[in-house]
Ligand binder design. Structure first.
Ligand SMILES: [Zn+2]
Length: 91
């Protein structure tokens, strides 16, 4: 395992978070939310939904954002991989 951010390979300092290897030093830099922050977000979304019930719940919004972000990531990666392949072919 190798930290995706700094390249650390000390296995005792690395954990897997949702399929990505992260070291103990880099994990705090991810600024992951504590449960109380997530609860605040849920409350805020529920308040908005009182006025506009067809709006997504917080959980639906998070699901949507994960999917949309993955699509953008794949598009950008494909673009770069294509450039890499073209650079090799054009040599
Ligand atoms: Zn790291």
């Amino acid at each position: 395992m190798r930290c995706f951010s700094c390249g650390n390979t000390k296995q005792s300092q690395i954990k897997n978070l949702f399929g990505h290897d992260v070291c103990d030093s880099c994990e705090p830099t991810l600024n992951l939310y504590k449960d109380h922050t997530i609860r605040k977000h849920i409350t805020s979304y529920e308040r908005k939904r009182e006025a506009v019930p067809e709006d997504p719940t917080y959980a639906q919004e998070v699901d949507y954002r994960v999917e949309a972000m993955e699509e953008v990531y794949i598009r950008r990666r494909l673009k770069l991989l294509h450039i890499q392949a073209r650079l090799k072919a054009m040599k």
